[in-house]
Design a protein around this ligand. Structure first.
Ligand SMILES: Cc1cc2nc3c(=O)[nH]c(=O)nc-3n(C[C@H](O)[C@H](O)[C@H](O)COP(=O)(O)OP(=O)(O)OC[C@H]3O[C@@H](n4cnc5c(N)ncnc54)[C@H](O)[C@@H]3O)c2cc1C
Length: 397
C-alpha cells in the first residue's frame, strides 16, 4: 500500500512538471524538465506495477474478482488505472516505433493521464486505508483540489491568457536552405521579452484551447521589441504548411522558455555550433550580439549537407562585417562551397578550428541529436568544462 501511495503522489507530481511553470523550468531548461518527467513517470509506473504485483503474490484475496461485473468499483478502478498508465508509458516510449503521430499521441497522453489519476483516486477513496483519519483525509483532499486547480490552470486559464494576447502574421519570408521565416506582430499588446536562444510554443490556424502547438526558437534579435521571427524547416505535417500561411492570419504564443542563452553566462568568447535548422536560436544570438555592438569573439561552426541547405547563408555572411565573427561551414558535399570543411562535425574538426585557449569558452550547440552528442563529447575532450557546453534539444519526445 505504501508503494501504491508513493506511485499516486509521484504520478500527481507529473502534472506539475509538465505545466510549464516558467519559474520551475528556468534554472534547468524545459527540455531537461521533460526528460526528468519521462524518467519519473516510468519510475512511478514501476511503483504502481510493484504495488499490484506484491498484492497479487502475497495477498491475492485482497484483489477480489477480476471480472468488473463482480468486483467492487474501487478495485476495478485500480486495475483500470494500471492499464491507463501502462498504455501511457508504452505509447510514450515507443511512440515513433508504433508510428503514432505526435498530435494524436498528445491528445491520448492527456486523456489517459487524467483518466488514470482519476481512477487511482477513486481506488484510494474506495479502499479507504490510510485515508479515513481526519489528517489523512485532509491530505488527500488538498492533493485532489491542487490537482484539479492545476488542470484548470493549464487547460483553461493559460490558453485564455494566450487568446487575449494574439499575434498576426506579418509575412512569411522564404530563406535559403528551404526554410521559411514567420514574422509575427503583436496585436494590442507589447509582445514578449526573451533572452537570445529561448523558444516559444506557437499555435497557428487553431485556438489555444486546441493544444495544437509546436515549439520553435525565436530567431530574431532580443533587442527588437514587438515583432518576432521564427525560422522553420519543413519536416512534417505542421511545418510543411508554413509556406501556405498568409499575412494577417492569427497566431498565439506561449513563452519564452528555455535556458539555452548567451545571456545566462559570463564569457570572453563564444563558440556556436549548429546543424541545419539548429541555426534558428543561434541566429537570434548573433543578431542580438550585433545589435548590442558587442565585439566579443564568436566562432560559428555550421554543419549542412550541401551549400544549398545553409539557412540564412547571406545574412550570416553580412553579419561578419558587424561582429568579430569567424564562420566555419562543414558540408558533407564540400565541393559546393569553396573553403568549407568536409564531412561531419567531429572531434578532429573541432580540434582544428577551436581557439587554443579553451577553458573560458562558452559553447552553444543546437542541431540533430547525434550531432549534439558528438559535439558535447568532443568539446569536453578538448578541454572545455562540461558546465560551459550548452545544448538545445529539438527532439523533446
Ligand atoms: C525547444 C525546441 C525548439 C525548436 N525550434 C525549432 C526551430 O526554430 N525551427 C524548426 O524548424 N524546428 C524547431 N523545433 C522542432 C519543431 O518543433 C518540430 O520540427 C515540429 O514541431 C515538427 O512538427 P511537424 O508536425 O511539422 O512534424 P511531425 O512529423 O508531426 O513531427 C516530427 C517530430 O517533431 C516532434 N514534434 C512534433 N510536434 C511537436 C510538438 N507539438 N511539440 C514538440 N515536438 C513535436 C516529434 O518528435 C515528432 O516526431 C524545435 C523543437 C524544440 C523542442
Amino acid at each position: 500500500m505504501a508503494i501504491g501511495f508513493a506511485a499516486a503522489v509521484t504520478l500527481g507530481l507529473q502534472f506539475v512538471l509538465t505545466a510549464r511553470f516558467r519559474r520551475l523550468s528556468a534554472p534547468f531548461g524545459i527540455d531537461i524538465v521533460y526528460y526528468f518527467h519521462r524518467y519519473m513517470a516510468v519510475f512511478a509506473f514501476l511503483l504502481l506495477l510493484g504495488h499490484w504485483l506484491l498484492l497479487r503474490l502475497v495477498y491475492p484475496e485482497s484483489l477480489g474478482a477480476a471480472d468488473p461485473r463482480e468486483a467492487p468499483l474501487h478495485l476495478s478502478a485500480g486495475r483500470a488505472a494500471l492499464l491507463c498508465f501502462a498504455l501511457l508509458v508504452l505509447s510514450s516510449i515507443w511512440r515513433k516505433q508504433l508510428r503514432i503521430a505526435y498530435e494524436p499521441w498528445r491528445v491520448m497522453h492527456v486523456l489517459l493521464s487524467v483518466a488514470g489519476l482519476t481512477l487511482a483516486v477513486v481506488h484510494l477513496q474506495g479502499v479507504g486505508n490510510y485515508s479515513h483519519l481526519p489528517g489523512q483525509a485532509l491530505f488527500w483532499q488538498i492533493f485532489l483540489v491542487l490537482w484539479i486547480m492545476l488542470i484548470i490552470y493549464v487547460r483553461v486559464i493559460k490558453p485564455a491568457r494566450m487568446l487575449r494576447r494574439p499575434y498576426r502574421v506579418d509575412r512569411v519570408r522564404r530563406e535559403t536552405g528551404s526554410a521559411c521565416t514567420l514574422v509575427l506582430q503583436p496585436q494590442g499588446h507589447d509582445g514578449l521579452r526573451f533572452a537570445p536562444g529561448q523558444f516559444a510554443w506557437l499555435t497557428l490556424r487553431a485556438s489555444p484551447f486546441a493544444f495544437r502547438e509546436h515549439p520553435f526558437s525565436i530567431a530574431s534579435s532580443a533587442t527588437t521589441s514587438g515583432q518576432l521571427e521564427f525560422t522553420i524547416k519543413a519536416l512534417g505535417d505542421f511545418t510543411a504548411t508554413l509556406p501556405n500561411i498568409r499575412a494577417g492570419e492569427l497566431a498565439y504564443l506561449d513563452g519564452p522558455y528555455g535556458a539555452f542563452s548567451i545571456d545566462r553566462v559570463e564569457a570572453d568568447a563564444f563558440v556556436l555550433i549548429a546543424g541545419g535548422v539548429g541555426i534558428a536560436p543561434i541566429a537570434s544570438m548573433l543578431r542580438t550580439i550585433a545589435e548590442r555592438g558587442d565585439r566579443r569573439a564568436v566562432l560559428l561552426v555550421y554543419a549542412n549537407r550541401h551549400r544549398d541547405g545553409i539557412i540564412l547563408r547571406e545574412e550570416l555572411e553580412s553579419l561578419r562585417a558587424r561582429l568579430d565573427l569567424r564562420i566555419v561551414h562543414v558540408l558533407q558535399e564540400p565541393q559546393s562551397l569553396p573553403g568549407a570543411e568536409a564531412g561531419l562535425i567531429s572531434r578532429e574538426l573541432l580540434a582544428r578550428v577551436l581557439p587554443q585557449q579553451r577553458k573560458a569558452l562558452q559553447c552553444f550547440v543546437c542541431g540533430p541529436t547525434p550531432m549534439l552528442r558528438v559535439a558535447e563529447q568532443a568539446l569536453h575532450a578538448l578541454g572545455v568544462p562540461m558546465r560551459q557546453v550548452h545544448s538545445e534539444i529539438f527532439d523533446l519526445v
